[in-house]
Design a protein around this ligand. Structure first.
Ligand code: NAD
Length: 296
C-alpha cells in the first residue's frame, strides 16, 4: 500500500485488541497497512482478519511501522510496552499514539523518553464505549503538538467522529480521566435513584423511559441502562477495574489542583470498595451492588 497525502497507506501497528481495540482496528481496513499484536493469540488472529492486516507474534516485528497505536489497559502496561519494546524497535521518525486511558504524568514522561529516540508520542484517549468503537463514532481527545496531532488526525478520523485537539501532550489523558470521574459519579447517582424508584413501586423500564428523555438523562441512561442494567446482564463492556483506575487518576489530578470536592471524593471511595468486593465485574456491577444493598 503506497502512502498518500491524506495519511492513507501508512504502515500502522496496533497493540491491544481487547473490548475496544479489536473494534477500533477494524476501521483501518483498506486505509492502512496494519499489523496487530496482543498477548492473546486468538485476539491477534481475529483482529488481523477484521482489519485485513497481519497478526505479528511480537512487537519487534513492527520495526517498519510509521505509526503505532496503543489500546492497552493502563499506564504501567503502556510504559512497559513503550520503554522496553517500542523504543527499541521503531525507527526514528515514527509516531506512537496512546489511545488507552493512561495517567497524564506518565504520558508526559513517555513523550520525553520517546523524543530521545527521535520518536513522537502523543495521547488520544477515547470515549463512547464498545458501541462507539464498533460504529467508528468515538469521541477522541488528543494531546500533543499541533503538527503531531495533524499527522495523527486521518487515522483518528477513521475511528471517531468527534476528534478534538485538547492541548499539549498529556492533556487528552487529563480530560479523559476527568470525564470518566464525572461518568462514574453519574452512574452511581443514577443507580441510587433507580433503586429508590423501584423500592417506591415504580417500574424501572417506565422510569427509564421518562428519565432518559428528561433532565436526569445521561450517557448512562442512554447506553448502560438499555444494554446492561434493565436486562440485568451487567455486562456493558467496560471493566469496573478500568473505571476505578480512571477515577483514581482523576482524583490525583484534582488533589494536585487543590480543588476540594465532596461528591467526587465520596464516589471514589464507593468505586474503590466495589472493586475490592467484586474484582472481575463490569462497571454496571456497581449498580447491581447498589440494588442488592437496597434489597432488590
Ligand atoms: P481490555 O482489557 O478489554 O483490553 C486490553 C487488551 O490489552 C487485552 O486484549 C490484553 O490482552 C491486551 N494486553 C495487555 N497487556 C498487553 C501487552 N503487554 N501487550 C499486548 N497486549 C496487551 O480493555 P478495553 O476495555 O479494550 O480498554 C482498553 C483501554 O481503553 C483502557 O485504558 C480503558 O480504560 C480504555 N477505555 C475503555 C472503554 C470501554 O468501554 N471498554 C471505553 C473508553 C476507554
Amino acid at each position: 500500500m503506497g502512502q498518500n497525502n491524506n495519511g492513507a497507506g501508512q504502515k500502522v501497528g496496533f497493540v491491544g485488541l481487547g473490548a475496544m481495540g479489536s473494534r477500533m482496528v477494524a476501521h483501518l481496513k483498506g486505509f492502512a497497512d496494519v499489523q496487530v499484536f496482543d498477548l492473546d493469540v486468538a485476539r491477534r488472529e481475529q483482529a488481523a482478519a477484521s482489519a485485513g492486516g497481519e497478526a505479528v507474534a511480537s512487537i519487534s516485528a513492527m520495526a517498519d511501522a510509521q505509526v503505532v497505536i496503543l489500546m492497552l489497559p493502563d499506564s504501567p502496561i503502556v510504559d512497559k510496552v513503550l520503554r522496553n519494546e517500542l523504543l527499541k524497535t521503531l525507527k526514528s521518525g515514527a509516531l506512537v499514539i496512546d489511545m488507552s486511558s493512561s495517567t497524564p504524568a506518565n504520558t508526559i514522561e513517555n513523550a520525553k523518553l520517546a523524543k530521545q529516540h527521535g520518536i513522537t508520542f502523543i495521547d488520544a484517549p477515547v470515549s463512547g464505549g464498545i458501541g462507539g468503537a464498533e460504529s467508528g463514532k468515538l469521541a477522541i481527545m488528543a494531546g500533543g503538538e499541533a503538527a503531531d496531532f495533524a499527522r495523527a488526525l486521518p487515522l483518528l478520523n477513521r475511528m471517531g467522529t468527534k476528534v478534538v485537539h485538547v492541548g499539549p501532550v498529556g492533556s487528552g489523558h487529563a480530560v479523559k480521566a476527568l470525564n470518566n470521574l464525572l461518568g462514574a459519579t453519574i452512574l452511581v447517582a443514577t443507580s441510587e435513584i433507580f433503586a429508590a424508584g423501584e423500592k417506591f413501586g415504580l417500574d424501572p423500564a417506565v422510569m427509564h423511559q421518562v428519565i432518559d428523555a428528561s433532565s436526569g438523562g445521561s450517557f448512562m441512561t442512554a447506553q448502560a441502562w438499555p444494554r446492561a442494567v434493565l436486562p440485568k446482564t451487567w455486562n456493558f463492556g467496560f471493566a469496573m477495574q478500568l473505571m476505578n483506575k480512571d477515577v483514581g487518576i482523576a482524583m490525583s489530578l484534582i488533589e494536585s489542583t487543590g480543588v476540594k470536592t465532596v461528591l467526587c471524593e465520596a464516589n471514589a471511595a464507593l468505586w474503590a470498595k466495589a472493586v475490592k468486593e467484586t474484582p472481575g465485574a463490569d462497571m454496571t456491577g456497581i449498580t447491581k451492588g447498589i440494588r442488592e444493598a437496597a434489597g432488590l
